[in-house]
Design a protein around this ligand. Structure first.
Ligand SMILES: NC(=O)N[C@@H](O)C(=O)O
Length: 248
């Protein structure tokens, strides 16, 4: 019997673990007939927003990006996305990056389709154009070993050019694989586990983590992870990148 008074979710000054056992649904204007869980947001101290959307056959998402760019990733299922007049079917593992000043529509979903979104206010860099719309497929993106450790593979989904101020990567750890050192860095992360389990150390606290769990790590939140279990642990994560680290 589940003890309703207990949760694995934790929200702290510089990190949060959000497990599905604490989800409450939100209603978002323009995102009709769907279930939205706002998992990470500025209200908790983050500089990004991360949501998980569950669609049914009559769900339709419409909107426009004004100040914030938007990244949709298909966690489960299939749908159709139209951005800037280009329409594509998106299957599991496929995504669309929507820069600022674009209208978008997501519809014709397979019932039960789950979409992950990352939102970040875009910081324009002088001399660089706003990035284009990008439709992509994680299955077509190489996952070279991370820092020479064959147990770790990192797929970088978006072009790493200075026009982009955000990155979205997929990190795969074989069972027993672990980050080579405790990271302490300025970049912020929002992530969700697509597969597997393990233990995440965040700011000296230790959290058992599994598929479906999300984590927010503020800038300089010390972080380390090791994968456990019989299958690789896989998470997709957001990272702010490529901007001057302070006011010039
Ligand atoms: N936590 C974590 O995955 N961090 C790194 O991979 C990184 O890209 O900062």
């Amino acid at each position: 019997m589940e003890i309703s008074a207990l949760t694995r979710s934790v929200v702290k000054r510089n990190h949060a673990v959000i497990s599905p056992d604490g989800y409450i649904n939100s209603r978002v204007p323009g995102w009709d007939n769907c279930t939205v869980n706002v998992i990470i947001n500025e209200q908790m101290g983050a500089h990004l927003c991360q949501t998980l959307i569950t669609l049914n056959e009559i769900s339709v998402l419409t909107g426009a990006t004004l100040h914030s760019q938007l990244f949709f990733y298909v966690v489960e299922g299939r749908c159709t996305a139209t951005v800037g007049g280009e329409t594509n079917t998106l299957e599991k593992g496929q995504f669309v990056y929507i820069p600022i000043a674009k209208e978008y529509k997501v519809d014709k979903p397979e019932p039960g389709t789950q979409l992950l979104t990352f939102h970040k206010v875009y910081e324009k860099l002088d001399g660089y154009d706003v990035p284009p719309v990008i439709f992509g497929d994680a299955a077509n993106i190489e996952g070279p070993t991370y820092l020479g450790d064959a147990a770790l593979r990192l797929q970088v989904l978006l072009p790493d050019t200075l026009a982009f101020d955000m990155a979205v990567n997929i990190f795969t750890y074989d069972p027993g694989g672990h980050l080579p050192f405790v990271e302490t860095h300025i970049m912020e992360h929002g992530l969700i586990y697509l597969q597997g389990q393990g233990v995440y150390m965040l700011d000296k606290d230790w959290y058992p983590i599994k598929k479906g769990d999300s984590i927010w790590m503020a800038p300089y939140c010390q972080q380390w992870f090791t994968a456990m279990g019989k299958e690789p642990a896989v998470y997709i994560y957001y990272k702010n990148v490529n901007r001057f680290p302070t006011t010039v």
